[in-house]
Design a protein around this ligand. Structure first.
Ligand SMILES: N[C@@H](CCC(=O)N[C@@H](CS)C(=O)NCC(=O)O)C(=O)O
Ligand code: FES
Length: 112
């Protein structure tokens, strides 16, 4: 499952309707960066809810995987967003963040 897409998210609810503030925060961060991802609702599958915790050895939901590797939950994603590390991690797997694109556009306009 974690290899189905470059970015895979295990969350409570669905991206269109998150059912927890922590899951909602991850959805909002990924939206800001314009990232396409696959999401799984652990509330609709109790075995997935426990299974993903055992798999990543991380006790809570949400969980974000990039290129099959566990990256973190809400706090880590927020930290990576604020530090700029998220842009770098996405770039490593060939995803260009929408925030980076916007910044490049702005810089180009300043020059011209
Ligand atoms: N500090 C966590 C917040 C997430 C969290 O605390 N999740 C709790 C409440 S939604 C959780 O998953 N508890 C276990 C469960 O509901 O299965 C993070 O950075 O992701
Ligand atoms: S469902 Fe209550 S804090 Fe996430």
């Amino acid at each position: 499952m974690v290899n189905n897409n470059k970015v895979v998210v295990f969350m409570k609810g669905v991206p269109e309707q998150p059912r927890c503030g922590f899951s909602n925060a991850v959805v909002q961060i990924l939206r800001m960066h314009g990232v396409q991802y696959e999401a799984h609702d652990v509330l609709s599958d109790e075995s997935l809810r426990q299974g993903i915790k055992d798999f990543s050895n991380w006790p809570t939901i949400p969980q974000v995987f990039i290129n099959g590797e566990f990256v973190g939950g809400c706090d880590i994603m927020l930290q990576m967003h604020q530090s700029g590390d998220l842009i770098e991690e996405l770039e490593k797997v060939g995803i260009k963040s929408a925030l980076l694109l916007a910044k490049e556009k702005e810089d180009a306009e300043k020059k011209s």
